[in-house]
Write a protein that binds this ligand. Structure first.
Ligand code: ADP
Length: 639
């Protein structure tokens, strides 16, 4: 009863209001419970401490007025009140910084501040405990509390110190805050400071600190942690993120265009320049005939090299676009690992030697050799790695090591490519396999490249169920290791491989199309010449047409065994030609069952289905094609 009387007669109205507000605060945050953020959790902790602070404040002031309560209990209550108010101000600042830094400060700096804060809290409480034995903050003289020399310092200045740090933070980090956040955070600190100041000058007659803390919490809750505001912030972050990604995509598009234009122009330049040289040589009457031929052949060889480089770049771009759209398929067929390695060795031992490097290959001959997999793609993977090893090594050795383990019906080849080249800095390693990522430093700046090779390696291996690792020491060299699972087809070891199989494969490329009449339709003279040469090598009879209308005329009059029809032609496209043939079966009756095969430079995946199912072509062949491609195609249709 006495307590109730005391409450009603004393200046506790503000404390009671504060408790009410804080309870209300918990009810409101409970309603908003589906929104979770780190700062919100901190705010709840602050509110909980504030609630206990208010209760301790009231309890200690009431206890002060009840004579029967022993002095040590009063001291404990008063100390608890001081401790909680101090912690409350510290939590306010903690909240403020977490809010300003938006969860970004998990760094060393953040840990340092937590450490310093912890030390201050321990020191504060040591002094508070010390006060029991040697009252420097406050003591009870008779029934009344008397203030010690450190009372103002510990009771007001210590919490105010934290609040001032908060204010400093708000002003110095103003740029990171919206207007609303700045004003809300600043008002909380000022209100709590004002509460403490007023309570101090009113000589603790009216308990304003806890009330001002409750007000501060209310402001935070309604302005910074409300459901709708958090959603708004979240949406803004998403928008900013989207903008950043759009900008990054834009930048990488520009980087892509400039790299590509460089990578394409360089070999193109060589092709045009060497072609010019060939022409000049051929028309140079001062040179004797054999020298003219020899020089021209030399140039032609270089043109071939530049053309192949160009094709690599274009194929890489196509591959990466197929990989990115998830359209690249791995086509498995039987092959022998030994043949693949021998092909690679013959190319790269020559390339390495040309650069003055030593090329070493070590193969574990006990591994199974005859396996099922996508030989072309496996070759592409190893080629990319050895190409890089040679490209990024000025002197020393490039070595290819093949080891592995057999697991049931599968062999996992562990193929490593080691070089003594420039190496890669540890910080560049995480991005090495990203598309278009090139390590740009003084060492690599002058070396040409698209930044696609390793991305292709990683993605292809992913499609084959394998993976790639890299170990590198900057300045010393690198090792790329691939793990490639392949299905074992026979118990034959790599070392047991016989050349007879090779012969069988070579035979497969021999094909005769003698007695068959083939029509090539292409507006480009060069393309017609290439196709014609290939077909004549197979002893086929060949006719050519340079446009759609001309082709229609020929097809109308004569039976062909196969028509190779270019898709993109100026007057009438291949699809249109085909359409006319299919629409007028009576007119083209002679060729009603002739396979009409699209030739196109359009080589994106998915187009094959389009050409066959949508346009109605019998088959499809992408340009540029090799002799073997042409053989494989015709073998299917000329029977
Ligand atoms: P590119 O070689 O066309 O630039 P890649 O994707 O093949 O593209 O390689 C990406 C980057 O990785 C290269 O730019 C190069 O900086 C680095 N790199 C690749 N292989 C090696 C290597 N063997 N030694 C040193 N750096 C390498």
């Amino acid at each position: 009863m006495k307590v109730l009387e005391l409450i009603l007669s004393g200046g506790y109205y503000f404390s009671i209001a504060a408790i009410g507000f804080i309870i209300l605060f918990f009810i409101v945050t409970g309603v908003n419970g589906d929104v979770r953020s780190r700062t919100r959790k901190m705010m709840n902790h602050t509110a909980l401490i504030a609630l206990f602070g208010c209760l301790a404040e009231m309890a200690s002031t009431i206890a002060n007025n009840i004579d029967e309560i022993p002095v040590p209990v009063k001291t404990i209550l008063f100390s608890a009140n001081m401790s909680l108010m101090f912690l409350c101000s510290m939590y306010f600042v903690r909240y403020t910084y977490a809010f300003i830094l938006k969860d970004q400060d998990t760094s060393e700096r953040g840990r340092k501040y937590t450490y310093i804060s912890g030390m201050i809290v321990v020191a504060f409480h040591m002094i508070l405990i010390g006060n029991f034995f040697y009252p420097i903050i406050f003591f009870y003289d008779g029934p009344d509390v008397c203030l010690g020399p450190l009372y103002i310092l510990m009771g007001y200045l210590a919490p105010a110190f934290y609040l001032l740090i908060g204010v400093v933070g708000i002003f110095t980090q103003q740029k990171k805050l919206s207007r609303r956040e700045f004003h809300a955070l600043l008002s909380i600190h000022l209100i709590v400071l004002l509460g403490a100041f007023l309570q101090a000058i009113l000589d603790d007659e009216v308990l304003l600190v806890s009330y001002s803390i409750a007000m501060g919490l209310y402001i935070v809750n309604s302005f910074l942690e409300s459901k709708d505001y958090l959603r708004l912030v979240e949406t803004n972050i998403m928008l900013e993120d989207a903008e950043q990604r759009a900008n990054a995509a834009n930048r990488s598009k520009s980087a892509f265009l400039s790299t590509m234009s460089h990578e394409i122009r360089t070999p193109m330049n060589a092709v045009l320049g060497l072609n010019e040289m060939t022409r000049m040589t051929l028309t140079d009457d001062t040179l004797p005939e054999p020298e003219r031929i020899e020089k021209s052949l030399e140039y032609s060889e270089s043109i071939k090299g530049a053309g192949e480089t160009l094709l690599y770049v274009i194929n890489d771009i196509l591959d990466i676009s197929k990989i990115e759209s998830g359209k690249l398929d791995v086509v498995t067929a039987p092959y022998h690992m030994k043949t693949l390695l021998e092909e690679l060795n013959s190319v790269f031992s020559y390339q390495a030697e040309a650069k003055g490097l030593m090329y070493i290959c070590h193969i574990d001959g006990d591994l199974p050799g005859y396996v099922e997999g996508d030989k072309l793609r496996v070759r592409q993977i190893i080629t990319n790695l050895i190409n890089n090893a040679i490209k990024y090594t000025k002197s020393g050795t490039v070595s290819l090591d093949v080891s592995g383990v057999v697991k049931g019906e599968e062999v996992r080849y562990d193929i490593s490519v080691t070089d003594t080249g420039i190496g890669i800095k540890p910080e560049s390693l995480p991005h090495l396999f990203d598309v278009f990522s090139r390590v740009d430093d003084s060492e690599t700046h002058y070396i040409e490249g698209t930044g696609l090779g390793l991305a292709i390696v990683k993605n292809l291996l992913g499609l084959m169920g394998g993976d790639v690792e890299v170990e590198s020491t900057y300045g010393k060299g690198s090792t790329f290791i691939i793990h490639l699972p392949q299905k074992i087809l026979s118990g034959e070891k790599i070392s047991e491989y016989s050349k007879a199989q090779d012969k069988a494969q070579e035979k497969a490329v021999e094909f005769s199309a003698a007695g068959f009449l083939i029509l090539i339709v292409d507006d480009n003279a060069m393309n017609r010449a290439v196709a014609k040469n290939f077909l004549e090598k197979m002893h086929a009879d060949v006719e050519t047409a340079t446009s759609g209308p001309e082709a229609l005329e020929m097809i109308r009059g004569k039976k062909y065994d196969v028509v190779l029809l270019d898709h993109m032609m100026p007057d009438m496209g291949g699809d249109e030609v085909l359409h006319i043939i299919r629409e007028h079966p009576d007119e083209f009756v002679a060729n009603s069952d002739t396979p009409i095969i699209a030739l196109t430079a359009n080589a994106q995946t998915g187009l094959r289905e389009k050409y066959i199912n949508e346009y109605g072509f019998t088959d499809y062949m992408a340009k540029p094609f090799r002799y073997q491609d042409m053989v494989a195609l015709l073998r299917a249709y000329l029977k």
